[in-house]
Ligand binder design. Sequence first.
Ligand SMILES: Nc1ncnc2c1ncn2[C@@H]1O[C@H](COP(=O)(O)OP(=O)(O)OP(=O)(O)O)[C@@H](O)[C@H]1O
Ligand SMILES: [Mg+2]
Length: 421
Amino acid sequence: MEISEAKLGNGFLGTLPDSEETPQIVIRDLWKIFGRDPKRILKGPFKNMKKEIIQKKTGCILGMRNINLEIKKGEFYILMGLSGSGKSTMIRNLIRLVNPTSGSIMINGRDITKLNNEQLIQFRRDTFGMVFQHYGLLPHMTVLDNAAYGLKIKGLPKDERYARAMPILETVGLRGWEDYYPGSLSGGMQQRVGLARALANDPEILLMDEPFSGLDPLIRRQMQDELVELQDKLKKTIIFVTHDLHEALKLGDRIAIMRDGEVVQIGSPEDIVTNPADDYVKEFVRDASPSKVLTAGSIMENVKVLLYAWEGPKTALTHLNANNRKSAFVLNKFHQLLGVTKMETLLKLISSVDKPPVIPESAIRKITTVSPDTILEDLFPIVSENPYPIPVVDSDNRFLGVVTTDQIFESISVSEGEENA
Ligand SMILES: Nc1ncnc2c1ncn2[C@@H]1O[C@H](COP(=O)(O)OP(=O)(O)OP(=O)(O)O)[C@@H](O)[C@H]1O
Ligand SMILES: [Mg+2]
């Protein structure tokens, strides 16, 4: 098989097997310089200087330097890098929210840097769906109208808009929420609306700029899992920006790592982890050993049965019986964890003389808890000493989820499989 090589800015060779089809997106020699008369930078001696020197000497900010990359149709492509490395600039150039200083961006064989305004508007509408960190929903519109917003812009009649948006809301798990306003939804749900809005147009390419960064760890993980599942069906081309290595490894077919406006390495998740191109990339993947990187918050699960102290021993017992459990965690009205209680303890309470209306503290055994940022390595001794799933609580002792021995070992073997496959 022939290998085509793209020589990148700093000498790194980004290789892509010559596949049957031409890549859907081909970026060549792309530069973006912000500031006054940016083209002068490309002509003069500043061209090859460091970003901060260019800035100091000319006042211009280097957004992207000589980017060359190719993205295949249906590929899940990750852009990763420190803050200011040029990830959002790249996304904005793809839809020409900003215009490149030089270079070409071919999408479906068409150089989009050459489109006039009218063509550009049409092209954006037809080709792209966008999801951003701050969901960008319209607060005075219902969930359904938000999801159907792109179709409204396209000029579709209401009936048709709704008919198309409804099944997509269902796909993203929001059935029943159509008539609510975004303000009454949680962050995760609002981001689902954002995703539905992007998908309603049935775009070929989805651009996602840190879509999950504002979400709690458990919700974030759930959204990642759902996106993986969704992509399995949709097979869109997705360009996804993240700071999070584990998100990148979990979602990406390929990852491009950016620094100071340059792409320093392109590879599959395992390439990046096993052969980091330089110290910068090494720093990103340094602790990629799952037991050092994964945290209780990133692997915790929901529990099926939770008991509420104020509901009393009888209700608690009914819950245990209905779920075939011998014991469960007990929470107070502030969702704080009190401990664990057992079926036999509850039975004793019910048959006792004073029949307490709530589960008393004496019937609840205190247990070891962990915080969401406890790393797996530190969880091992705790799970091996404790017979229960370990509760994860926040700094106010509010219950978040549990980690189990099985979950810990599963997440390690999955991650290791990914890295060494
Ligand atoms: N409109 C602008 N005017 C001037 N400079 C800009 C503009 N937009 C971005 N930049 C500069 O371009 C560089 C890349 O910014 P960009 O927003 O693409 O970074 P990023 O990788 O998305 O960072 P983050 O992770 O913080 O979102 C930064 O140095 C930034 O200051
Ligand atoms: Mg950004």
